[in-house]
Design a protein around this ligand. Structure first.
Ligand code: 2IT
Length: 450
């Protein structure tokens, strides 16, 4: 590896020893772009990498709210404005009990490169709070969102920083966040958020976009291998928005999603979650129930439930980890390889530990696709939502869907070209990192690298 690249990785690991997820993503991205730094000594001259791993701005704030029983609670809110070189900071808000500086920073760093891949003018950001929405009433969620936005509204805006959803934040939460923003600003700036309701500037297809985009990306990979999506079995994780979108598109394309997972275990449905409208709709119901249990699906449809287990031992054609970070460890990776699975398509942000990812990439007959490319359809349609808002118009679902397909194909093809340029073959992981890095690096250098 390039000596400068390894020195920056070591510097980050030492400085941020208490932030393991952030160190993990820095190591993954920087080791991929090592050949680019070899070819461009000018980056070391201005010490570009040390600047790139430092967020432009990151802050915490107090979020105080009152539950339905009259009890007061205090949470920590975060916003990380990681890199604004190619556009306003853009990225989701995550509400989950385990949210901390390491998780917000890793997500902001990943987002910077992902957004670069979309080809749209968006910088990287991320935010959230260590608030657990499980079991909270609608009124509690609303009060939490209002308090969160009261603290954040001064620091965001359509040309500054544009939040969206992530785990624990979807249409309902974005509605409450935007409502409070509008009240405080006294202005109709709906371009300050994406993932909004359709009556106030939300883009059609945005709720489905991450899942649809992942399936379009899979389609490109299969096309490259002379295969097609039709007839493939897929193991998914989670049961949220992303997995729901994958199921809908899998149904349209004739593939079968056979697993879902939750904090309580996984379900196996050999007929396919994607086999009926009723089953697909039930995912939305499970999320809205706030129970955060996948066993409810098994109880309702009479399929197998495996308590406390992950779905990575199931024999399928395609594995799509679509739940959360570090969901696939070395022992799961070995199981996936032993099952002879050819397609490992990451969907959630950083779903694979670095050692498991290296192991899977080293398998001769396996194709590994990285989440920052595969899940970029979500933020890409957020970018399209921003365009519609700034032009005060609304595109049809077909128009948005067509643009999304074009963007996903372009991300795949750009990654292939970038890997080939450095003699790395069909390496989608390195290709995505290289293509994304080059654009952000060029913008930083041309702007004087502040
Ligand atoms: O991880 C992601 O790309 C998101 N949570 C969506 C970000 C966005 O701004 O739409």
């Amino acid at each position: 590896m390039n000596a400068y690249v390894s020195s920056v990785i070591e510097y980050v690991k030492k400085k941020y020893a208490t932030e393991p997820e952030f160190c993990q993503t820095v190591e993954e991205v920087l080791s991929s772009i090592s050949p680019v730094v070899d070819a461009h000594p000018e980056y070391e001259k201005v010490d570009l990498l040390t600047r790139m791993v430092e967020p432009e701005r990151m802050f915490t704030f107090r979020v105080v709210w009152c539950d339905d029983a009259g009890q007061w609670h205090t949470n920590t809110g975060y916003r990380c404005q990681f890199n604004g070189a190619i556009g306003p900071y853009k990225g989701g808000i995550r509400f989950q009990a385990n949210v901390n500086p390491s998780i917000i920073k890793f997500l902001g760093f990943e987002q910077t490169f992902k957004n670069s891949l979309t080809g749209l003018p968006m910088g990287g950001g991320k935010g959230g709070a260590d608030f657990d929405p499980t079991g909270k009433s609608d009124a509690e969620i609303m009060r939490f969102c209002q308090s969160f936005m009261t603290a954040l509204y001064r620091y965001i805006g359509p040309d500054v920083d544009v939040p969206a959803g992530d785990m624990g934040v979807a249409g309902r939460e974005i509605g409450y966040l935007f409502g409070q923003y509008r009240r405080l600003k006294g202005a109709w700036e709906n371009g300050a958020f994406t993932g909004k309701g359709f009556t106030f500037g939300g883009s059609l297809i945005r709720p489905e976009a991450t899942g649809f985009g992942a399936m379009y990306y899979l389609q490109e990979v299969l096309r490259h291998e002379g295969e097609e999506v039709k007839g493939k079995t897929i193991a998914c994780a989670g049961f949220g928005n992303v997995t729901w979108g994958i199921c809908k598109k899998a149904r349209d394309l004739g593939a079968k999603v056979v697993t879902l997972s939750g904090p309580d275990g996984y379900i196996y449905d050999p007929d396919g979650v994607s086999s009926s409208e009723e089953k697909i709709d039930y995912l939305v119901e499970m999320r809205n129930s706030g129970r955060n249990r996948v066993q409810d699906y098994a109880d309702k449809f009479g399929v197998e439930f495996h308590a406390g287990e992950k779905p990575w031992g199931v024999k399928v054609d395609v594995v799509m980890p679509s739940a959360m970070q570090n969901d696939v460890h070395m022992e799961h990776a070995q199981q996936i390889a032993a099952n002879g699975i050819k397609y490992y398509i990451e969907v959630a942000n950083m779903p694979t530990t670095n050692d498991a990812l290296q192991y899977l990439m080293g398998q001769k007959n396996m194709i590994v696709a990285p989440s920052k490319a595969v899940n970029a359809g979500g933020v890409a349609v957020s970018g399209l939502e921003m365009s519609q808002n700034s032009e005060r118009l609304v595109w049809t679902a077909a128009e948005v869907d067509e643009k999304l397909q074009g963007i996903m194909k372009n991300i795949h093809d750009m990654s292939v070209a970038a890997a080939e340029e450095y003699g790395l073959g069909y390496n989608l992981v390195a290709g995505a990192n290289i293509a994304a890095f080059k654009k952000v690096a060029t913008a930083m250098v041309e702007q004087g690298c502040f």
